[in-house]
Design a protein around this ligand. Structure first.
Ligand SMILES: NC(=O)C1=CN([C@@H]2O[C@H](COP(=O)(O)OP(=O)(O)OC[C@H]3O[C@@H](n4cnc5c(N)ncnc54)[C@H](O)[C@@H]3O)[C@@H](O)[C@H]2O)[C@@H](O)CC1
Ligand SMILES: Nc1ncnc2c1ncn2[C@@H]1O[C@H](COP(=O)(O)OP(=O)(O)O)[C@@H](O)[C@H]1O
Length: 500
């Protein structure tokens, strides 16, 4: 099963179909009920202050208020004039069961917040387009000020002021402790500062046909069962020659650890034979690794190219700490048209157009910005669009790394689950390259190798982080790859990063 990542356009398209089917009203009822239940479960006592905007997000808040009232909670509802017909309808329904709705201003909010334990933010959801109007910016300012005085905040669908498509925070925006979103996460809940502002994200399914969601989703989020099923299975007669031969081409004086870490990653991800080819002396981090030093790496690779397929490995990972010669060497290896992972120094704009169907490119946002010729914040603000643009230029499969990483192939995007902030340390990406090369060498196609490999790496990071926390190292992650593999095979739904 895959969950879907949705943009506001996708939400609008689904809402349109629900409306034509006469099902938008029950969908809002389920959304509002889920919000009320989340409040009851997380903060079971104290007055609840609900803020309702004019659109459907406000409608959800009014439904939630009605259910909280029915459950015996004390509620205060402050609302802006309703523009959506279902929001008007739910105002009437709330009043019909004895609920009171008063006008929302910064002053009424400030007063009502004093005796509330929980605030529910239903001001703006996916219909919001920056810039924020001044009157609402003042309301959001008053809300955040009240939060600093021990008020718990639950945002409906999206903290108000965030643009659902963007990973940055465009202006005044609500800080939430919990965000209850519907159907699937929006990009703002997955990436960057915007995601941090959402707090814990809970996704509530709505009764919408799976095909409608599939038609409009911007990216998939495959679960562990789906990815675990892609991992290779060996027969008892397997031997090192059939388990995949990997070459790591990397290392330069000063950056010799990178290819060693990639080699370790490849071994721990099951490659039968792993050889590091380098112009420098690469440390033998584990004796199972073979290391060959070449006085002239280019001549070695060229002669391998000329001697034909027999001499070549099943997969190559190239670029880790490789230095200035990397683009020329990468072009040589790309000419072989065998499964290839390209990383670090091999991620250069002049390689655009040289990719083929069997290669995987693994830029972090800085490298992605270099390839695209844009500032790094442009990449991090919208990782989905950046991954699509990179794939368009480079070809094959692209892994735009981060917390979380995005995998792209022509016409398809996938957002990884899991990982740990402790993985923000040098060498972590080198280990990932080794893992990807090992999976390619064991016969996975690049799209499957990238999606499964990224999750394997993230899962190993989650496991190792239990012991090492923010002190996590790339070798620690490599050593937990076996446990991560077993977890994915058993396919538990654990370790979901930030609860999304
Ligand atoms: N398919 C789904 O996911 C469902 C979504 N629902 C809710 O519907 C919401 C989307 O509803 P809407 O499309 O009505 O949109 P919203 O309620 O998010 O926002 C529209 C309102 O925001 C105001 N607004 C927009 N830009 C503004 C700006 N720059 N400054 C100030 N005000 C601004 C508009 O005037 C309008 O009142 C979702 O976030 C969710 O809460 C549910 O009701 C049911 C189903
Ligand atoms: N906060 C985070 N959450 C999850 N994964 C992370 C996080 N930070 C980094 N990572 C992962 O760690 C790796 C870092 O790669 P990279 O920046 O290329 O490191 P290096 O070049 O030092 O090897 C990527 O796979 C990335 O997805």
């Amino acid at each position: 099963m895959s969950a879907a990542v949705l943009t506001p356009d996708a939400v609008r398209a689904i809402d349109g179909r629900l409306e034509r089917a006469g099902l938008l009203d029950p969908a809002m009822e389920i959304a509002g009920l889920a919000v009320a239940r989340a409040v009851q479960e997380r903060w079971p006592s104290g007055r609840v202050l609900l803020l309702a905007g004019g659109g459907a997000n406000g409608g959800d808040a009014l439904v939630a208020a009605r259910h909280l009232l029915a459950a015996g909670r004390e509620v205060t509802v402050l609302a802006r004039p309703a523009t959506h017909p279902l929001t008007r309808l739910n105002r009437r329904r709330l009043r019909a069961v004895g609920g009171e709705v008063r006008p929302l201003t910064p002053a009424t909010l400030g007063r009502a917040a004093r005796d509330a334990a929980v605030l529910v933010d239903g001001l703006l959801g996916t219909g919001f387009r920056p810039p924020l109007r001044d009157d609402l910016a003042r309301v959001i300012g008053a809300l955040n000020a009240a939060r600093t005085r021990d008020l718990n905040v639950l945002a409906i669908d999206l903290p108000s002021g965030l643009d659902a498509t963007r990973a940055d925070v465009p202006g005044a925006a609500v800080h939430a402790d919990v965000t209850v979103t519907f159907i699937g996460p929006k990009p703002a809940q997955l990436f960057g500062d915007a995601a941090a502002q959402c707090g814990e994200v809970r996704t509530v399914p709505l009764p919408v046909p799976a095909a409608w969601i599939q038609d409009v989703q911007v990216a998939a989020r495959p679960d562990d069962a789906t990815l675990g099923a892609l991992l290779p299975v060996r027969t008892a007669s397997a031997h090192k020659g059939t388990a995949g031969r990997v070459w790591i081409v990397g290392g330069h004086p000063g950056t010799v650890g990178a290819p060693a870490l990639a080699g370790l990653g490849a071994l721990r991800a099951g490659a039968g034979l792993v050889t590091v080819h380098s112009a420098a002396d690469v440390p033998l981090v584990t004796p199972e690794l073979m290391a060959q030093r070449h006085a002239d790496l280019r001549t070695f690779l060229t002669s391998t190219g000329l001697t034909g397929t027999g001499a070549r490995p099943d997969a190559v990972a190239i670029g880790m700490g490789l230095g200035p010669e990397a683009p020329a060497l990468a072009r040589e290896v790309l000419d072989w048209e065998i499964p290839t992972v390209l990383d670090a120094d091999a991620l250069q704009p002049d390689l655009c157009g040289y990719g083929h169907d069997r290669c995987v490119w693994t830029p972090h946002p800085g490298e992605a910005a270099r390839v695209l010729g844009v500032p790094t914040p442009e990449v991090t603000r919208d990782p989905l669009s950046a991954a699509r643009a990179l794939q368009d230029r480079l070809g094959g499969v692209v892994v735009l790394k981060g917390g979380p990483s995005v995998v792209a192939r022509a016409g398809d995007l996938s957002v990884a689950r899991g990982g740990h902030p402790g993985m923000a340390s040098a060498g972590m990406g080198d280990t990932l390259c080794g893992i990807l090369a090992a999976l390619l060498a064991q016969g996975l196609d690049p799209w499957d190798a990238a999606r499964a490999g990224v999750r394997l790496h993230a899962r190993a990071g989650e496991i190792a982080a239990v012991r090492f926390g923010y002190g996590l190292g790339a070798t620690d992650v490599a050593h937990d790859l076996g446990r991560a593999w077993a977890d994915l095979r058993a396919a538990p739904l654990t370790g979901v990063y930030a609860g999304v």
